[in-house]
Each structure stands twice: as C-alpha cells, then as structure tokens.
Design a protein around this ligand. Structure first.
Ligand SMILES: N[C@@H](CCC(=O)N[C@@H](CS)C(=O)NCC(=O)O)C(=O)O
Length: 280
C-alpha cells in the first residue's frame, strides 16, 4: 500500500501530516491526517484514533479541535480519517443529504446495494487503517485508543466495545448513543444494513455495553445546549445501559455547550489526558 504525502506542517514541535492512499477495503482513494509529536522522531509513540461527525473530512478535527498541543504534551500521535469513502465512483444519497452517503459512513460495513461496494468504514477503521499506520509511522499499535464526535462518537464507542482487545480506552463528545433509536441512525442503518433491526444491534453502543468482553475506560461529554441532544443523541440511553450492565463509564453533561468544535476544543485537554493515562 503506497502513501502519498499531501501536506506537512510543523506544529507544537511535532508534525501535522496529511496523506492519501488507495484503500482496498473502501475501493477508492482516501485521505487521512496524522499528528506526530516530537518524540516520534526517536521512538514509537502511542496512537489515538479520532472519528469525526456528519459532513466532516479529516480536516475539521485538525483545524478546529486544538488537539495538537495536548498530543504534544502527552507524546501521543493522533490519526484522523475521513468519514466515508470518496470519489467519482462512490454513490451518494440521491438528494445529497448531509446525514447519509458521502460524509456519513456511520462506521459500519454496508451489506446493501449500492452502498456495499464502497461503504465499509468499520473494517477500514478497525483493520486497514491501523495496519497502514503501524507499518508506515513510528507508532506502537499495541497502545491504541479511540475517540470521536457525534456520528464519530457512535463509531468510537461501537468499535471500541466490539474490539476491547485493540483499544485501551474510549471517549466521545456528543455521541449518537443509540443509532437504532434516532432518525440519523435509523436512516443510515436501514439503507446500509437493511431493514432487519436485529442486524442493527451490532452497531448500537447501548446494545454493545453489556456485551463488551472487557470494560475499557470510557469518558463521554455532552453539551446541554446541543441542538441534537433530545432527538438524535440521547445520552440518557447510554447512561441507562451502563447502569444496567454495571459498566463504570463517566458521562458528563456540560452546561451551556452546543454541538460544535467550540465545545470539543473546551474539553479536548481532558480527553487526551484521559487516554494518555491508559496509553502510557
Ligand atoms: N450540517 C448539519 C449539521 C452537521 C453537524 O453539526 N456536523 C457536525 C458533526 S455531527 C460537525 O462537526 N460539522 C462540521 C464542523 O463543525 O466543522 C446541519 O445543517 O444541521
């Protein structure tokens, strides 16, 4: 698998890099960004995977989250992939809706035509991308954690809960707590996975909490002024699932914060410090 460097910028003594590559799993060319702290010049560093939300590419997080200073402080790399397959041959929603198709891969492996040809973001994030990163960058793949926002919070939680051997910790900002129980998730899962709701359970964080093989540390922050809180995100469902399963998650309501990167950047230090503790 060959990588093509798209850009490089020195940042907090480390390097913010962007690459493109041909993805076999997604059957298209993809971009991702990776921040390498200064330490990566002399030894392998732990790695955090960031999953963005609807409408994002890898660049929203890189330019708006303010994460690099904390990654530099704790000596961790951060990989930020795109949110869906991309390119001419990749089908999109007929109305180019923001919540399905391009920019909205939902971190699942689609089984339904025409989506099943390219939309395999679950396998891309869990398998292909880490293999590529471990083979090409000075990171220690045995020390990996994952976090994300909104659709990417759903992605981080579901991927971590299904792969507790691969990730040391998980965190999320304003995650879709139960993809099966909100309009965004219902639309995505019915189209990507089909109408049998039994098949949706594997991609629903509230369903997976009780099934996790290991209770990896979990931190969630949710703003109380988030427009999507009541209809789409429903953190109370995640709290209830954790209570029922005896899963010791920290789920915090943050007064007055909305759904934006202004909210995320306000708590980014906490999230990176949280992961760094388990990645050391
Ligand atoms: N565009 C949507 C909102 C989508 C949205 O809020 N996306 C979040 C992720 S779920 C985001 O991070 N957007 C990109 C950004 O703020 O840079 C709308 O019109 O309601």
């Amino acid at each position: 698998m060959s990588l093509e460097k798209v850009s490089e910028n020195k940042c907090f003594a480390g390097r913010q890099l962007r690459y493109s590559h041909q993805s076999a799993v997604l059957n298209c060319s993809m971009n991702f960004s990776i921040y390498l702290p200064a330490e990566a010049g002399s030894h392998k560093v732990p790695v955090l995977y960031w999953l963005s939300g609807l409408t994002c590419t890898d660049e929203n997080f890189v330019t708006k989250a303010g994460a690099q200073q904390f990654a530099a402080q704790h000596g961790v790399a951060i990989v930020a992939p795109d949110t869906s397959p991309r390119g001419e041959g990749v089908p999109d929603d007929a109305d180019a809706a923001y919540d399905f198709g391009l920019g909205a891969g939902f971190y699942v492996d689609a089984t339904q035509a025409p989506w099943s040809q390219h939309y395999h973001m679950y396998s891309y994030i869990c398998q292909e991308l880490p293999e590529l990163i471990n083979a090409n960058f000075p990171v220690d793949g045995q020390r990996s954690s994952i976090f994300g926002h909104s659709m990417g919070g759903h992605g981080a939680l579901t991927i971590a809960l299904k792969n507790t051997d691969k990730y040391q910790s998980v965190s999320a900002f304003a995650p879709i707590a139960s993809a099966m129980q909100c309009p965004w998730g219902e639309k995505a899962l019915s189209n990507y996975i089909g109408t049998n709701k039994e098949d949706w359970r594997q991609y629903d964080a509230t369903e997976l909490v009780a099934k996790a093989e290991r209770q990896i540390p979990m931190l969630v922050d949710q703003g109380t002024a988030d427009n999507f809180l009541v209809e789409q995100l429903k953190p109370v469902l995640l709290q209830q699932a954790c209570d029922a399963a005896g899963y010791p998650a920290t789920i915090r309501m943050q007064e007055g914060y909305d759904h934006s990167y202004f909210f995320m950047s306000s708590f980014m230090a906490d999230h990176i410090a949280f992961h760094a503790k388990y990645l050391k």
